[in-house]
Write a protein of this length. Structure first.
Length: 108
């Protein structure tokens, strides 16, 4: 399973596609598929049928808007000190390995 440069909870910027330039928080990551779910990015409309659950009220149907996964290669991690999307580097320190911003060198 390949390691990704994006982790859950990171703020990322979209580099390509219909949502280019948007920023959002990473909600979920699937490393095996190299896919990432970002809040408010790659939204699609889906028609949902009414679910009649036994003993419960069930769900209402209609057209809902939901976020869909984005490929990790289309995302850049936003550095807290720069405020812009940048590539991620790795450094080894006395307290262990950590990620750094390639623009300014700050820890991510």
């Amino acid at each position: 399973m390949p390691a990704l440069h994006v982790k859950k909870g990171d703020t990322v910027e979209v580099l390509s596609g219909k949502d280019r330039g948007k920023q959002g928080r990473v909600v979920n990551v699937w490393p095996a598929r190299a896919m990432v779910l970002v809040e408010g990015v790659n939204q699609v409309k889906r028609h949902e049928r009414v679910q009649m659950a036994q003993g419960r009220g069930g769900t209402t149907g209609g057209i809902i808007t939901k976020d869909m996964p984005v490929h990790a290669s289309n995302l850049a991690v936003v550095c807290d000190s720069c405020g812009r999307g940048s590539r991620v580097g790795h450094e080894q320190g006395p307290e262990g390995k950590f990620r750094v911003c390639r623009r300014c060198g700050a820890r991510l």
